[in-house]
Design a protein around this ligand. Structure first.
Ligand SMILES: NC(=O)c1ccc[n+]([C@@H]2O[C@H](COP(=O)([O-])OP(=O)(O)OC[C@H]3O[C@@H](n4cnc5c(N)ncnc54)[C@H](OP(=O)(O)O)[C@@H]3O)[C@@H](O)[C@H]2O)c1
Length: 256
């Protein structure tokens, strides 16, 4: 249209591999589950990938698997603001930050140990906030942050009151952050039940029952895979016009 400005701060949308080639992607929670799959897919699309989590052994193994695309790993707890800041600053300029890190417990509020609540807060409340507080100095102007909420925000159970509340908080937090950090983009992915190490604490039979029950209730008749989530994360990361929003990757869990 005549007279419309043609230059914009955020990049035009490119094919994922074109958008990510040579970029630095930092994944908090990249040693397992969805974070590991996102790290792998970003590396496969030409990004250099740094990962962070608490367990050094798993970080080292995933980092080695990333091969030449690895930009190293950081052993830290998301609740430690100095460690999160130092890890991000050590890379100079970062193109995309993803936070999947989560340490969760599923029980009614009065049966959660104080330490379990602290672990949820450290990973899902303080972690994203610690990232946000350093983002202006480390995240490129065309960069993005992708946070992770989850279906418990919309489909509560007696065991997920705290977790669901934190998930919903994150979705509002991300919208405010997108304004604060502009032109950098901030989005949230809200997964449905997905086969990851999050559920490995259940014995195999209990887990199989749980997955079958969830799948049976969903319109798509299956639970999520880490590939479902990783492809969504890369789309959000590389699409310069997706901003301040929540992408539900849940098989339709909110419409049943
Ligand atoms: N899987 C599902 O069904 C599902 C459903 C809805 C929403 N979600 C959300 O999706 C996200 C990813 O979940 P996931 O299933 O991929 O989890 P996961 O398989 O349990 O992986 C969690 C990752 O976060 C790291 N981590 C946990 N607490 C941390 C902390 N305090 N500081 C640093 N790193 C920490 C873990 O490594 P260390 O333990 O070594 O630190 C691991 O790398 C979470 O936000 C979760 O709430 C998952």
């Amino acid at each position: 249209m005549a007279g419309m400005p043609t230059s914009v701060a955020s990049p035009p949308t490119l094919a994922i591999a074109e958008a990510l080639h040579g970029k630095l992607v930092f994944v908090f929670g990249g040693s397992a589950g969805m974070g590991e799959a996102i790290a792998r897919l970003a590396a496969d699309n030409g990004a250099r990938v740094a990962i962070a989590a608490r367990s050094r052994d798993r970080l080292a193994a995933v980092s080695e698997n990333l091969g030449a695309q690895s930009a190293g790993y950081h052993c830290l707890d998301m609740g430690d603001e100095a460690a999160v800041g130092a890890a991000l600053r050590s890379h100079g300029s970062i193109d995309h930050i993803v936070v999947t890190a989560a340490s969760l417990s599923f029980r009614p509020s009065d049966r959660l140990e104080r330490a379990e609540i602290e672990a949820m807060l450290n990973s899902k409340f303080w972690g994203p906030l610690h990232v946000a507080r350093v983002a202006k100095s480390v995240l490129s102007a065309q960069g993005s942050i992708t946070l992770f909420s989850g279906v418990a925000a919309y489909r509560q159970t007696a065991d997920t009151a705290v977790l669901g509340g934190l998930n919903l908080y994150l979705e509002s937090f991300a919208a405010g952050l997108a304004l604060d950090l502009a032109p950098r983009r901030v989005n949230v992915i809200s997964p449905g039940i997905t086969d990851t190490s999050l559920w490995s604490r259940q014995d195999e039979a209990t887990r199989a029952d749980f997955y079958a029950r969830v799948a049976g209730d969903l319109p798509v008749r299956r639970i999520g895979s880490v590939a479902d989530i990783a492809h969504a994360a890369l789309a959000v990361m590389s699409n310069g016009f997706i901003n301040g929003t929540v992408v539900n990757v849940d098989g339709g869990a909110r419409i049943v």
